[in-house]
Design a protein around this ligand. Structure first.
Ligand SMILES: [Zn+2]
Length: 308
């Protein structure tokens, strides 16, 4: 059975043709093993269409586990029965029903699609939540004594605004840049063709961040070919970003998705193994959009709330 939830521009390989408007990824065809997830910013609505099979009636039970009555209001034309913490909607065979979901409070609702009399696992989660603000700062290594970066401030500002919009649309997290873009020049020292972030070059860059009073922020540092240690001579250059503590190093010229991924590390997300389709899978597509999944969105919102 394919997913009963409409997934708009979601491709079968899990990528999207553009950032989904609040939806986190759920793979087509994997229903019900993989749960769909929808985050709705407070005060906003999202509409979910649910399709039923041709041969049988279905019920959609909606559970309100935290008793936040009205926290996520549901408007639909489907027949509704209310029973305690459950709302049960009856869906005719071969129909597609719209559910307009409006977030009025921090709330979670769990949707279970089943045939009458059968019990099934949750198939769809919806969270509503307010804005969480995370402050960050940006530095660019422009040059050392021998190398200089071909740098465009306009290109970087475009990239940062794309990153900010992805976090806002998917998780209602507002990334706020503090201060100007700091341009770092190390004219008296060589950082090398590869900047080793766990060596003295990385230390010099970190000292700069700390000296500027930005050590407590989430820091993005752009430069050329960051590496953790010298690579073997003929190893291919796979790494495009590195993150540890409050600092992420990102090779200049990468698409915004690399920064989204590294920023994810800064706010608590680990890499995901090969085969997982999320932005936290290191061999993520560079061309198309891949989002966070529901668990990751809950995690970064939890971490984001604790930050100064
Ligand atoms: Zn990673």
């Amino acid at each position: 059975m394919s997913s009963p939830f409409s997934s708009y521009d979601c491709e079968s390989d899990g990528t999207w043709s553009g950032p989904p408007n609040g939806f986190s990824y759920f793979p087509k065809g994997s229903f019900p093993e993989s749960h769909a997830y929808q985050f709705i910013p407070l005060g906003q609505s999202r509409t979910v269409w649910i399709a039923t099979p041709p041969d049988r009636e279905c019920t959609l039970s909606v559970v309100d586990p935290a008793n936040t009555f009205g926290g996520i209001a549901i408007e639909t034309e489907a027949a509704r029965t209310v029973g305690g913490l459950f709302d049960v909607f009856t869906l005719k065979p071969m129909s597609t029903t719209a559910f307009a979901l409006r977030a009025a409070a921090e709330a979670t609702r769990i949707f279970v699609l089943s045939t009458p009399g059968s019990a099934e696992r949750p198939t769809f989660y919806v969270d509503g939540g307010g804005v969480i603000t995370i402050h960050y700062s940006v530095s660019v290594v422009l040059r050392d004594c021998s190398l200089s970066l071909i740098y465009s401030e306009g290109a970087l500002l475009n990239l940062l605004s794309e990153v900010e919009s992805i976090y806002a649309r998917q998780a209602n997290i507002r990334l706020v840049r503090v201060g100007p873009i700091h341009k770092l020049e190390f004219r008296g020292m060589s950082l090398g063709p590869q900047i080793i972030t766990d060596g003295p070059q990385g230390e010099a860059i970190r000292d700069h961040i700390t000296a500027a009073g930005r050590g407590h922020l989430k820091n993005l540092v752009y430069g050329w070919d960051f590496e953790t240690k010298p690579k073997p001579q003929n190893a291919s250059d796979l790494s495009s970003g590195l993150a540890g503590g409050n600092v992420a190093f990102i090779d200049w010229g990468n698409p915004a998705m690399v920064t989204v991924h590294e920023f994810g590390h800064l706010i608590g997300l680990p890499d995901r193994p090969k085969g997982d389709v999320t932005i936290m899978q290191p061999t993520r597509s560079m061309r198309k959009f891949i989002g966070f999944d529901g668990f990751q969105i809950e995690m970064i919102r939890r971490v984001g709330r604790l930050l100064p």
